[in-house]
Design a protein around this ligand. Structure first.
Ligand SMILES: N[C@@H](CCC(=O)N[C@@H](CS)C(=O)NCC(=O)O)C(=O)O
Length: 225
């Protein structure tokens, strides 16, 4: 499309921002990345996302769109011609949306519980996350990616699993994904990490691990007050 202006307000270590970058790159959309300091948010970010005041925000020809999963669907609708993120068939599309929501609300949220607990509570959170990943794994059966032969909405929404989960495992000292219990998820994680779009955008591992360690320490400290 001619005369497009696409800006992404983001932060390098955010898995939610990374999703949007993957979608834009898969669709070959040129965009300007505006890095936000989340401790000192810009007036533009507060203006564009006054409700949550969070990144990512996509600004397309001056109009803001907030919430990463909504942004992904917006990108898919506007830049229809290459690399569809959702199937065309209405039922398959509804099913993909269902699993994207499951990956977000069940798997990602239980990974936050793993990050923010210790002792018995950590054990429970790990079991809950394993159970949710096992359920998600059912949607991978017979496919390389959740989207089929190429990545789609569910792969992108669940993209924190290959990129962030190994760091969470190391941080809390527990293995969550292994070949015995989650063989399809394990193989999928490997395949996602091999994608060019993922390699190109992967944030520095040492900074990400330090960021996650700081988040965990803050949450645990706040709980013990
Ligand atoms: N549900 C939101 C989550 C976005 C989010 O949590 N962004 C974080 C960065 S990872 C943020 O902007 N945090 C700043 C804040 O909450 O003040 C989405 O999917 O876009």
């Amino acid at each position: 499309m001619a005369n497009e202006e696409v800006k992404l307000y983001g932060m390098t270590l955010s898995p939610f921002v990374l999703r949007v970058e993957w979608a834009l790159k898969l669709k070959h959309v040129e965009y300007k990345y505006v890095n936000e300091d989340l401790k000192n948010k810009s007036p533009q970010l507060l203006q564009y996302n006054p409700v949550h005041k969070q990144v990512p925000v996509l600004v397309h020809n001056g109009k803001p769109i907030c919430e990463s999963t909504i942004i992904l669907e917006y990108i898919d609708e506007v830049w229809k011609n290459s690399c569809p993120l959702l199937p065309l068939d209405p039922h398959e599309k509804a099913v993909a949306r269902f699993w994207a929501k499951f990956a977000e609300e069940k798997c990602l949220h239980s990974s936050f519980d793993v990050m923010s607990n210790a002792g018995e509570e950590l054990k429970k959170a790990v079991e809950e996350l394993k159970k949710n990943l096992k359920t998600l794994e059912g949607y991978l059966e017979g496919k390389k990616f959740f989207g089929g032969d190429i990545i789609g909405l569910v792969d992108i929404v669940a993209g924190w699993i290959p990129c962030w989960l190994p760091m969470i495992e190391e941080l809390v000292g527990v293995t969550i994904v292994n070949e015995e219990h989650l063989p399809l998820i394990k193989a999928w994680m490997h395949d996602v990490l091999e994608l060019d779009v993922v390699k190109e955008t992967m944030p520095p591992l040492d900074k990400t691990a330090a960021h996650m360690k700081a988040i965990r320490e803050n949450v645990l400290a706040a709980k013990s007050i």
